[in-house]
Write a protein that binds this ligand. Sequence first.
Ligand SMILES: Cc1cc2nc3c(=O)[nH]c(=O)nc-3n(C[C@H](O)[C@H](O)[C@H](O)COP(=O)(O)OP(=O)(O)OC[C@H]3O[C@@H](n4cnc5c(N)ncnc54)[C@H](O)[C@@H]3O)c2cc1C
Length: 313
Amino acid sequence: MRNNQCQMTNDLKQELRHLDSVEINWDATLAAHTSLRVGGPVSCLLSPHDVAGLRLAVQVLSRHNFPYFILGRGTNLVVGDSGVRAAAISLERGFSKLERVGSSGSIMVGAGVRLSRLLRFCLQEELSGLEFVAGIPGSVGGGLRMNAGTNIGAMADVCAAVLLLQTDGSLSRVRRSQLRFSYRKLELPRGAALLEAEFSLKPAARRSMRQQIRALLKTRQQKQPWRLPSAGSVFKNPPDDFAGRLIEAVGLKGIRIGDAQISEKHANFIVNRGQARASEVLALIHLAREKVSERFGIQLELEIQYLGNHINV
Ligand SMILES: Cc1cc2nc3c(=O)[nH]c(=O)nc-3n(C[C@H](O)[C@H](O)[C@H](O)COP(=O)(O)OP(=O)(O)OC[C@H]3O[C@@H](n4cnc5c(N)ncnc54)[C@H](O)[C@@H]3O)c2cc1C
């Protein structure tokens, strides 16, 4: 993601307006497009209807050297109060493919598909391997980019290939062996968009899959602040430890700054109790880092993606 102080020129706006298969929202505020419900405006929100529209939008933005980022479901993002001088591109609309490849265990899935819908499809097709996404609220594109997962699995375990669009408009299919996944991260070339993925799954009985999914959802509801707006885990777990345990140990569980609060239920979640501002969320992030570093000498690393001026993504 790139983020600088540039303004959209009238020429750029005109060129974007002329793109046929791209919807443009000039007044989008990211608080409305993120699960934590904080964050200011973006320069524009582009919703291409198809690959051709996306390709043209990316080419126009790149030619004007204007920053952009792909917005999934915004469930891993914290956006600054003053917003982001960049174009956000949503793949929600035109990237919803969801199909089984013959009678094999492979499925092809568009980047805009919700993980919950993907899981329902797997259940229907009796294909196992993605049960770990139960309760993860993002999209397939965001899930891959973040290598989303839990202690029972992650996207890297089941991803067989992805379709990538680069800033120059070129499309390439990249096989798993060439993808660099790590803990909560897939390395991508700058500005590249994930358009589609192939997952390699195994046949399984629907009944046992359903049981496992129900058990996973139940545990999540017991342990996590399910009903309040959040962006999921704020920090990555340090090796052999848990960020939530460390934050709780320094006495910060439940602490509140304005309407932002370190969850009373799980200390690695920051929840929005009403009208939280990004500055309040950031203050809690800094506080947790400072206290954990002072007491344990551990530098907590962000799992959430911060978009704004304070921390580089
Ligand atoms: C209640 C709750 C529980 C959660 N539990 C978990 C969990 O158990 N495990 C876990 O790993 N995560 C968890 N998360 C975090 C989050 O849901 C995942 O990281 C999710 O995969 C993010 O998907 P998204 O579509 O919302 O991505 P976004 O938040 O929109 O984006 C995340 C990053 O991916 C990039 N991106 C999105 N789409 C694309 C694309 N098509 N191409 C290229 N880049 C793209 C964005 O630019 C951004 O850098 C949780 C979040 C919440 C709110």
